[in-house]
Design a protein around this ligand. Structure first.
Ligand code: ATP
Ligand code: MG
Length: 691
């Protein structure tokens, strides 16, 4: 089991009976410690199902499960490998009734939350609603409910937000729905307030491992502590220099507190980086150097100096994209990288992907965009998910409204408004209100009739989904349903451009295939909600989908170039990386704007977080790294002059080696290739002439 681990890693893996923290820089094998420790714990006799490993994304969970499987075989399937949120779902489906939640509760996505907040706060302005959303989320993450938030509100604005929060909470209870923050906050309450539930979970888990510990927030830490209990058998691994989710409430306090809360904590430091060449690692160390150090760390690589890190100066974003393509092609032409999947282009914000996508498409290079708009954010998929949610939880009002109007079925706005008023008067969900005998007092017979018809149809679908098992049956059922509601026609009617409609319909069919495959148990549930790959009913599968952020998780081994935000690149590695868009204002991200240019405390902190983001980006690269920037950048609709990111200077690269136009190399290669083929042709002609 010690194969492929250095001494410090072995120490962390073999320390099984108490709390353990592995604190080390990027690429030092922290995640590797977790996978190997899972295997070690099983080998030492701990039942696989009593081990939980918590990762930062669903994708990371899927990868870890693969690696664990290759170390321990089938037993790895029983290990609970998932995100904090998926763990929360599992806990609440099992024990949420204690908090008044039925097991089929719905999980709202961010858009649902925005529209509920609009309704709760009586506004149509999305920006206002989103501000509330942000503030409420922060309160929830700090463990406050609406009443507590109101009590500590500092000004009118906060008091209004707290009032909106109160109405928002009421609605969620009525809809039997939870938001993403609740997936942590509610399990926490469950463990805190219900000792028998706490004991059950503490007994069930023999060891908990947490990856990317530096990016946990305060509630997650509280939840973790309650899960662990007195014995504190856990392994946390992390790197304070890679904490990049402070804006979402993650706090390094969790690292600071660990030695205090667990006085017997064993701290292991790893110093060898196995990922990157010395040139890359030096740039990374230089960049992070100005940040204050929570823990002193050193990192060295034995992979040799390697290629120098390049800085690529460009005239415009289009030019930058062109040079990125040229770089990829020239590295491939040189034989240094064979597969498209060896390459990644990383940037600060989602919207930066577009110009790179266009350039890659033009060059016919296959790629995928990760961390961008997910499959599940597409309107057509959200339509279908709305229906599925309604089957699972009839009281999910946002899902009800979406389904009853998509496609249109002659139930109009006025009917729905009257139904809504009636429902809130009697504190019923829309679905429950629809079957109320006294509904006739507010709606005419025809309207009541169409509502009943819809209600019966949903009940019928739910019944059948509950009894549909296996891939084939699921697929047949789903296709029949889409035909019933006329969804394909709805797509074509709603879209002037036929090609767009066709693409949407293809997405729908993809979605159906994917759902069916899950019913057949062909795909591991990457959300970790259900681990075994047994056949499931359609209703069971529908219950898990709200948690999946991207369908492309099933496509992990595609041979394509990755385009990704820096945030979504955490924990991953590629042989060749381009860090694009490294200009002031993007990376670091508009740090001056917030406080009108003043160097405030929060400015300093944000700048430090941006620097950590740059450090994360640099340390994704194994063999080659290019940092590109362009002299102009888009700001809204305008083009404005741009300065290279201060982080480029902070990398302290060797000036003589950094400038190079990759197109020159490619041109030379092309010329050489053309000459070779000409020579070969001449030789062939000569040979045939001689014959
Ligand atoms: P990050 O901070 O980016 O999450 P990490 O510390 O989790 O990085 P890993 O992803 O576990 O690092 O490891 C980085 C790379 O080094 C991986 O390719 C891994 O397989 C390899 N590696 C780790 N430890 C060893 C080792 N002892 N021997 C050989 N290769 C190793
Ligand atoms: Mg890692």
């Amino acid at each position: 089991m010690s194969a492929g681990l250095n001494l410090a890693q072995q120490e962390a893996v073999n320390y099984m009976h108490g709390p353990c923290l592995v604190l080390a820089g990027a690429g030092s094998g922290k995640t590797r410690v977790i996978t190997h420790k899972i295997a070690r714990l099983i080998q030492a006799g701990l039942e696989a199902k009593r081990i939980a490993a918590i990762t930062f994304t669903n994708k990371a969970a899927a990868e870890m499960r693969e690696r664990a499987k290759s170390l321990v075989g089938r037993e790895a399937k029983e290990v609970l490998i998932c995100t904090f949120h998926a763990l929360g779902v599992r806990m609440m489906r099992q024990d949420g009734t204690a908090l008044g939640l039925k097991p089929q509760f719905s999980i709202l996505d961010s858009d649902d939350v925005t529209s509920i907040l609009k309704d709760a706060g009586g506004t149509t302005d999305a920006a206002t609603a989103r501000q509330w959303q942000w503030a409420i989320s922060a309160w929830k993450n700090a463990g406050l409910n609406a009443a507590q938030a109101l009590a500590q509100a500092k000004d009118d604005n906060e008091r209004i937000t707290a009032k909106v929060m109160e109405r928002y909470e009421e609605r969620l209870t009525a809809y039997q729905s939870v938001d993403f923050d609740d997936l942590i906050g509610m399990p926490l309450r469950l463990l805190r307030d219900f000792p028998e539930v706490r004991e059950k979970w503490q007994k069930a888990l023999g060891h908990v491992l947490v990856d990317e510990y530096q990016d946990t927030n305060a509630t997650q830490y509280e939840l973790l502590k309650l899960l662990l209990g007195e014995r504190g058998r856990f392994t946390a691994v992390g790197d304070d220099d890679q904490s990049i989710y402070g804006w979402r409430g993650a706090t390094l306090d969790n690292l600071r507190k660990l030695p205090q809360d667990y006085p017997t904590l064993k701290v292991v430091k790893l110093e060898q980086n196995y990922r990157s060449t010395s040139a890359i690692l030096r740039a990374a160390n230089n960049v992070i150097q100005p940040n204050p150090k929570l823990f002193p760390k050193t990192l060295f690589s034995e992979l040799g100096e390697g290629e120098p890190v390049r800085v690529v100066d460009c005239d415009s974003e289009e030019h930058e994209a062109e040079r990125m393509v040229a770089r990829i092609q020239s590295i491939r032409a040189n034989g240094a990288g064979k597969d498209w999947k060896d390459f990644a282009v990383l940037y600060r914000a989602n919207h930066q992907a577009r110009v790179f996508e266009q350039a890659l498409r033009k060059a016919q290079i296959p790629y995928k965009v990760s961390g961008g708009q997910s499959f599940f954010d597409r309107a057509e998929i959200r339509d279908l998910c709305g229906w599925l949610r309604l089957w699972v939880n009839n009281d999910d009002d946002p899902a009800f409204l979406r389904s009853v109007t998509t496609p249109k079925r002659g139930i109009g706005h006025q009917t729905l408004q009257s139904l809504g008023t009636f429902a809130s008067q009697y504190k019923l969900s829309l679905f429950a209100a629809l079957f109320s005998p006294s509904l006739g007092s507010v709606l005419n017979a025809r309207a009541v009739g169409s509502l009943h018809e819809f209600g019966r149809y949903v009940n019928d679908l739910e019944f059948r989904a509950r009894h549909t098992v296996g891939a084939e049956d699921a697929k047949a059922f789903l296709l029949e349903w889409l035909k019933d509601i006329g969804y394909e026609k709805h797509l074509y009617d709603g879209e002037d451009n036929e090609k767009v409609a066709a693409a949407r319909w293809t997405n729908v069919l993809d979605f159906i295939d994917w759902m069916s495959a899950r019913c057949g148990g062909e795909i591991d549930d990457t959300a970790g909600v259900t681990l075994a790959t047994e056949r499931k009913t359609l209703l069971e599968v529908a219950q898990t989908i709200a948690l999946l952020s991207t369908i492309s998780e099933r496509e992990k081994d595609q041979n394509v170039v990755t385009l990704s935000t820096l945030h979504a690149s955490k924990g991953l590695e590629w042989p060749h990386v381009v860090l694009a868009g490294c200009v002031e204002g993007m990376l670091p991200f508009k740090p001056e704007d917030a406080d009108g240019g003043a160097v405030t405390e929060s400015f300093v902190q944000r700048l430090q977080e941006e620097r950590r983001l740059m450090y994360v980006g640099i340390t994704r690269a194994q063999r080659s790294l290019a940092v590109s920037w362009s002299k102009k950048r888009k700001k809204g609709r305008e083009m404005v002059p741009a300065q290279p990111s201060r982080f480029i200077a902070e990398m302290a690269l060797d000036k003589t080696t950094v400038k190079e136009d990759p197109r020159e190399k490619l041109k030379a290669l092309r010329a050489e290739f053309a000459k070779k083929s000409a020579d070969a042709a001449a030789a062939a002609a000569a040979a045939s002439g001689a014959a």
